[in-house]
Write a protein that binds this ligand. Structure first.
Ligand code: ACO
Length: 433
């Protein structure tokens, strides 16, 4: 393939026939080969299991350079956003494409504050679940069930205003639902939203306040939570975002699409890794704290163990989100006066891995999930809630990806395959088999 600056097509020869395929060049000079006419022209399709080389769309939401460790949303660096913005501001940016001015933000904030309540009947759904069920399973069901309470969302051709109402409802109700999960797990009465509070403070109040006592919202918690939510807000065409897009491409309602995204996120190779990291670090601690033993396990191809929170499909450099979280982890634990021994184990594990040729050659670095759980735990969240918190942060990203796909009127997502099974054979009746 020639560089896009020299040519605007790629040439492919197949069965002696040459086809020219147009190149698509992004605003950061990323180059893609447009194969949309390939099958029509040649009869062949492409195969790329796991989509390691396949761009599924053009997108103007998030730019990621995994080799350089760059992450930007709508052009703004993740470092700037995490340092200077509120989560609600970043959510607005990601969904609408620009930073809100004061008036836009006030309107957005007010709208979100006034959609925080969930229907009382939602609390009944919890009664059907056995105690101790994983909150991610509950979250997928609760978010999908919002379509029952708001059946207008089932119409794929609603007006833009109605679509925006669904978006606001989702952003506003997510913290309420997540806090309900925490309370139900403890068997405690629910704390209702307080619309005088900002988004993150309201979430913390619903989560940690007890009906029997006053609760003082700690600004250190607010800052930490805000930052963590921002750091998870979007990550372009990852497993869950691609799921949201593909489910949405069949014109499923937005609640169902987000529920599908949550299901994709749950897996330990994706967002579920944040829970697995703490389980792993606890396992290392219980085993005497020798990180090198676990490094050896991770390198052993006969051992299914992987270093959780390490490696990434796209980052072949330090994940910029992990860098920010690692620093926050030190700051927050210091401010809270917490000395968690697993933080030291995590650092030792990272240091040992980054000096080991196995990890160096494969360009495996800590990802966003490596240090986040340590902060969540210090704040008082149980491990099962970690991926739920990731989902709360990722919500604006999923919404933006879905919206972009629908705004571009993209066709239903339906990959091809190369069939490798039996060819035509005659049916044999049971007695003769
Ligand atoms: N521990 C040990 N070896 C690893 C790890 C790891 N965490 N990650 C990758 N490798 C090795 C693989 O065994 C493979 O080695 P090989 O070339 O000798 O076969 C090589 O590195 C490349 O890994 P792949 O699995 O092919 O990379 P892929 O892009 O398919 O997977 C993934 C990326 C799933 C994130 C992987 O690195 C992993 O399983 N990490 C642990 C789980 C995790 O932390 N997930 C969270 C990711 S971030 C997020 O989704 C929010």
């Amino acid at each position: 393939m020639e560089k896009a600056t020299m040519s605007d097509t790629a040439r492919l020869e197949i069965n002696g026939q040459e086809v020219e395929l147009p190149l698509i060049v992004g605003s950061e000079n990323e180059v893609g080969i447009d194969i949309s006419q390939l099958r029509a022209k040649t009869g062949a399709v492409t195969v790329d299991v796991g989509f390691k080389n396949t761009g599924s769309t053009t997108s103007s939401i998030t730019y990621l350079d995994g080799e350089k460790g760059i992450l930007r949303h709508r052009g703004y660096s993740i470092e700037d956003l995490a340092e200077n913005a509120s989560f609600l501001e970043v959510a607005y940016l990601i969904i609408n494409g620009h930073l809100p001015n004061a008036e836009e933000y006030a309107d957005w904030d007010t709208q979100i504050r006034h959609h925080t309540l969930v229907n009382e009947d939602m609390a009944n759904i919890f009664k059907a679940w056995p105690t101790g069920s994983h909150p991610m399973g509950q979250l997928t069901a609760l978010i999908s069930s919002l379509s029952s309470f708001y059946p207008d969302s089932l119409d794929p051709h609603r007006s833009e205003d109605e679509q925006h109402r669904t978006i606001r409802r989702l952003i506003a109700k997510m913290p309420t639902i997540v806090a309900m999960l925490m309370k139900k797990a403890k068997g405690h009465p629910l704390i209702y939203p307080n619309n005088d509070l900002d988004y993150v403070s309201n979430f913390l109040n619903m989560t940690f306040k007890n009906v029997t006592e006053d609760y003082e919202i700690d600004p250190v918690f607010v800052e930490a939570m805000n930052k963590l939510l921002i750091l998870h807000a979007d990550h372009e065409q990852n497993c869950s975002a691609s799921t949201v897009r593909i489910v949405g491409s069949s014109h499923s309602n937005l609640y169902a699409c987000i529920s599908a995204g949550i299901a994709a996120l749950w897996g330990p190779l994706h967002g579920g890794a944040n829970q697995k990291v703490i389980e792993m670090l606890e396992g290392i601690k219980a085993d005497g704290g020798d990180a090198s033993k676990f490094i050896a396990k991770a390198k052993d191809k006969n051992d299914p163990f992987r270093l959780m929170g390490f490696g990434h499909r796209v980052y072949k450099n330090y994940d910029p989100r992990a860098r920010i979280i690692k620093k926050s982890c030190d700051d927050i634990l210091n401010k809270m006066g917490i000395n968690d021994p697993i933080l030291e184990i995590a650092k030792q594990l990272e240091e040992t891995a980054l000096a080991d040729p196995y990890f160096v050659e494969r360009k495996l670095f800590p990802n966003v999930d490596f240090y986040s759980g340590i902060i969540y735990r210090a704040m008082g969240f149980p491990m099962e809630m970690f991926t739920v918190l990731f989902a709360m942060g990722r919500l604006p990203g999923w919404i933006a990806q879905w919206k972009e796909m629908r705004d571009q009127n993209q066709p239903i997502g339906r990959p091809r395959q190369i069939y490798t099974g039996e060819t035509n054979r005659e049916f044999v009746i049971m007695e003769n088999r």
